[in-house]
Design a protein around this ligand. Structure first.
Ligand SMILES: N[C@@H](CCC(=O)NCCCC(=O)O)C(=O)O
Length: 263
């Protein structure tokens, strides 16, 4: 008797696009993603990470979006070039990544238009605001009344990404729900820039005590689409809120993927 081939019934992991940066590594132009973002996808939601190269106009954004069940917009040391939000020129020596800007800003819009669930982190939070028409402060710590949101000066990652300050979650918002009803949450903080003019079509989900917008939810889509100024991907399984956030993103990506494949 011929053996029956076993049917593969394990649930498919959602395919999560992970945005890359351009860096020079050993003299070569290289598309990079920090491992903690990849681990955020694998360990935080059981997804399959798919690197999205920063190819700008040479990337078929429509084809990318059609492949994804979710989009993780990563953080990065580089800043969005200020011409994208009509901001003043950046200080000399500021690290930019024009190829990433040219890829990620249109990608965010295309993902939101298609209803692809999205989680944007740190630079990603800033990019989401810029993509939707908002603007950025370039040096929060130089503004009166703001705390210093920059990373602690330590080579130890547990110190750099350690909890730094509280945020207040919007009463009745998604984040309060994910935080078990509590409106206070401690977050890490590793950024110079922050949201200045809030884009249309987003609602604030979290704010620092100095008024810095720390998280938003996009209201022009029915899909899960949120951004955070902090880094929930760092040791994602060790922080209950981070796990809840990645879990909600994963649930949305699975549901979207099921609908996408049924089309
Ligand atoms: N350049 C922006 C964004 C900060 C940011 O995303 N930092 C990430 C650091 C590296 C990482 O953890 O991926 C700013 O300084 O505001």
């Amino acid at each position: 008797m011929p053996q029956r081939r076993s049917v593969h019934t394990a649930p498919r992991p959602p395919v999560i696009g992970v945005t890359a940066c351009i860096r020079t590594v050993d003299g070569s132009r290289t598309h990079t993603v920090g491992e903690k973002y990849i681990r955020g996808v694998t360990d935080g939601l059981g997804g399959l990470p798919l690197l999205i190269p920063a190819l700008g106009d040479d990337l078929d954004i429509g084809a990318v979006v059609a492949t994804l069940d979710g989009l993780l917009v990563t953080g990065s040391l580089s800043n969005v070039e200020p011409h994208h939000y009509d901001g003043p020129s950046a200080a000399a020596g500021t690290l930019h990544d024009p190829a990433r800007d040219a890829t990620v800003l249109p990608l965010i819009l295309a993902a939101l238009t298609a209803g692809v669930p999205l989680l944007a982190i740190c630079r990603g939070h800033q990019e989401l605001n810029v993509a939707l028409g908002g603007s950025l402060h370039q040096r929060l710590h130089e503004l009166p009344g703001r705390i210093d949101h920059r990373a602690p000066d330590s080579p130890d990652l547990d110190i750099q990404y350690g909890l730094a300050h509280p945020v207040t979650l919007t009463e009745g918002g998604l984040f309060q729900q994910l935080n078990g009803g509590d409106t206070r949450l401690q977050v890490n903080s590793l950024h110079w820039q922050g949201i200045d003019r809030l884009a249309d079509g987003v609602e604030v989900e979290a704010v620092a005590d100095d008024g810095t917008v720390e998280a938003v939810r996009v209201t022009r889509t029915e899909s899960f689409a949120v951004s955070v100024q902090w880094h929930p991907e760092f040791k994602v399984r060790e922080n209950p809120f981070s796990l809840a956030l990645f879990g909600a993103f994963g649930d949305a990506a699975r549901a979207y993927g099921t609908r996408r494949r049924a089309r």
